[in-house]
Design a binder for this molecule. Sequence first.
Ligand code: HGY
Ligand code: MN
Ligand code: MN
Length: 430
Amino acid sequence: MSAPPAIPNLQIEPQRLWDSLMETAKIGATSKGGIKRLTLSDEDKRVRDWFRDACEALGCTIGIDEVGNMFATRAGRLDLPPICIGSHLDTQPSGGKFDGVLGVLAGLEVLRTLHAGDYQTNAPIMLVNWTNEEGSRFSPAMLASGVFAGVFTSEYAFTREDREGRRFGDELDRIGYRGGEKAGAREIGAMFELHIEQGPILEAEGKMIGVVTGVQGIRWFEVTVTGQDAHTGATPMRLRKNALLGAARIVEAVDAIALAHAPNAVGTVGLLENRPNSRNVVPGEVFFCVDFRHPDDAVLERMETDFRAALLRILEPLKLAFEEKRIWNSPAVKFAPELIECVEAGARKCGYASRRMVSGAGHDAAYIARIAPTTMVFVPCAGGLSHNELESTSFEECGAGAQVLLEAVLEYDKRFADEPNRAADGRRRH
Ligand code: HGY
Ligand code: MN
Ligand code: MN
């Protein structure tokens, strides 16, 4: 069996990557320069079609699983479990051009570079677009990578509803992306995900590359506070059951709980629906979601206890009833040391300053780490701003991230050079 050729000096083409970023940013473009491409929306279908065509143009084989995860595979010299790259193409309602998209399109650039250089890796390379990473339209986040990793059932995913009552499964059918593959049936040998940092650290330290060692723990709660609709003019203050007053005090309490567990805790109420939301009606019902995060699950547990105590302490004196449910618990994750070292080697080879860090944001890699060695590569974003239409990562930073992703993958792939091919007859299988 011939050993693979020495790795040529493969260089990604930053302009080609940037052009793809700007071309796909037109799909769901907002007037403020961001993207609105909610999971399983018409815009999501259009970018999925674009992605599939771009991968097929490289001769990749395309697979789609039952929750819409898309897999584009470039055959390797050997029939081994693939090295996986990629991220997500769905965005927040007022998202930026780079969150998730950079990871998918930089992965496409890696495939384009291998193709142009006619270089065959030992293991196959599989580029993935994970469905519903954001969790904005259908909660929780990272839903489809979670199904793939066995965290959620596909049935659970299909029944998730958006705030208009539309179901995930129905929307998947509507855009024609419910694939025939069982989610999770497909092998993954390892995963490298490139993503913007979405925080201020790399920019503040003047580092180009974040070598991500793990993802912090995340817990989401849904709360409905119930009071009584009443006339704002004729109802004395002492007789009111004002659900919005109670909810407002809980919003304050969530902030206080995060501050009480400084410096690493964060707590947010980002979604709130006030009903009937009329100028002259005392609100009788409020629905809201709480997002708590911390690198240490034990601290998250204490924050959850404090949160439940706050609900009772605040709402009962206001004569308000409430229902509360934890709808998501994504424990803190540690990534694979072997892959972390490949990223560091890649950054060194490219001459970029790097630093190890834990991700504040959740990512599909957090769930894939449960079933395969996984890590992430970060690049800066201006002001650390993300989930904002002004999100900005430079041409140079995008190119640097893609080159380090390529180098990390090639560094990891080297170890399979002498691997026996599983295909007994020596034929390459896609
Ligand atoms: O919530 C998150 O951290 C990710 O953006 N879905
Ligand atoms: Mn993301
Ligand atoms: Mn995001």
